[in-house]
Design a protein around this ligand. Structure first.
Ligand SMILES: [Zn+2]
Length: 373
């Protein structure tokens, strides 16, 4: 997540619509982040592993019609969600979390990882070289509405001298694992998965892509953006609140206050056209026992500097071009003291991988719904 702008005004004190939903209201506060899915879903059944593993998807190409092969992971959005595997997620997270300043050796290695994973899963992969950097974009063509695109993305660059485990290895690993579970499903719409470059330098990579997409008339129906999805805390007082949020989103503030300011939920920020995707995500979160809090921006306000605190990642590039986008985040420095290595190193040991995997699952299910499964 990029640094806050020092000059932008904080959240406006205007009355806005807010919805906050908390998954599994019966769960003990603070424990939902580490609660797993129903028994047996953490590791995919042997049969599905055999048909969705990298060794088999190489033949599926970018054609959704090959998904109808009896794989139980492809049956429904819930099934897609439950096929997200903790071990695969953890392995990619472990690899990505190292210094990867643009142009560095590990930045290149992570770019290669995105390229190789997406290729392995059967996506058509493009290196989008926009001038100063390189986005990696995978595309899997939909069966009946190929011009309509469901996009998932996360930035793979990071600032110098910081491993960036939360920011944003957690997001890239999620995007790649969701790419895998969506690879075989019979989807109406096209799915694109992106590893964005130079987010920390000002959303440069995603802005270049979104501007080109808008110029070309590309029909992106929803963008799911991950940036920092791995830090949670059940400690009261662990969630700080951006100045002005209590006034702009009083209902969301009240929910967080009632939960004793625990940082145990995934924060969601949606522009008005992303409302349906947000609802699908919340339904998945409820099913999985993941707490989710939504800030729903009123129509037309998503490009305003008044909401600068809510525009600090790549989803803002899509908001700026008039697209629907949903931002999923642990809220960065408002919860994680090691944001940008400010109070300490941003390392995997301080993260809640089970929480991140639940976010990935809920998003996989919501993305499958959005893509017409
Ligand atoms: Zn950052």
């Amino acid at each position: 997540m990029r640094r806050p702008s020092p000059t932008a005004p904080r959240l406006a004190s205007i009355a806005v619509l807010v919805v906050i939903a908390c998954g599994d209201p019966d769960a003990t506060p603070g424990t939902s982040g580490s609660s797993g899915p129903p028994a047996g879903t953490d590791t995919a059944p042997t049969t599905s592993t055999a048909t969705t593993g990298p060794e088999d998807t190489s033949t599926s190409a970018a054609d959704s019609s090959t998904g109808v092969d009896g794989d139980p992971c492809d049956d429904s959005p819930d099934a897609v969600a439950d096929c997200v595997e903790t071990e695969r997620y953890a392995a990619d997270l472990e690899f990505i979390a190292d210094i990867r300043t643009p142009g560095s050796a590990h930045w290149q290695a992570v770019q290669d990882l995105c390229f190789d994973r997406l290729t392995e899963y059967g996506y058509e992969v493009e290196l989008h070289e926009y001038g100063s950097g390189v986005n990696v974009i995978g595309r899997r063509v939909g069966m009946t509405a190929p011009e309509e695109i469901v996009l998932l993305g996360a930035h793979y660059d990071h600032i110098p001298d910081c491993h960036g485990a939360d920011d944003n290895a957690t997001g890239v690993a999620a995007a790649l694992e969701i790419a895998r579970v969506l690879a075989g499903a019979p989807l109406a719409r096209t799915v694109m998965v992106a590893c964005w470059d130079e987010e920390e330098l000002g959303l440069v990579g995603s802005a270049a892509f979104a501007a080109q997409a808008a110029q070309d008339g590309t029909d992106i129906v929803i963008d799911f953006n991950f940036d920092m999805i791995g830090f949670s805390s059940s400690e009261p007082g662990s969630q700080e609140i951006p100045a002005g949020l209590d006034l702009a989103f009083p209902d969301a503030y009240a929910e967080i206050e009632a939960n004793e300011f625990r940082g145990d939920f995934i924060a969601m920020m949606a522009n008005a056209s992303a409302a349906a995707a947000a609802e699908d995500f919340i339904a998945q979160a409820d099913r999985l026992g993941l707490r989710a809090g939504l800030l729903a921006l009123p129509a037309g306000t998503e490009t305003s500097d008044l909401f600068a605190d809510l525009r600090r990642s790549d989803h803002a590039s899509f908001w700026d071009q008039g697209y629907a986008a949903l931002f999923l985040t642990d809220s960065g420095e408002f919860r994680n003291p090691n944001y940008h290595c400010m109070a300490g190193p941003d390392e995997i040991v301080d993260l809640d991988e089970a929480f991140a995997v639940q976010v990935a699952r809920a998003t996989a299910g919501a993305a499958a719904s959005a893509a017409g499964l």
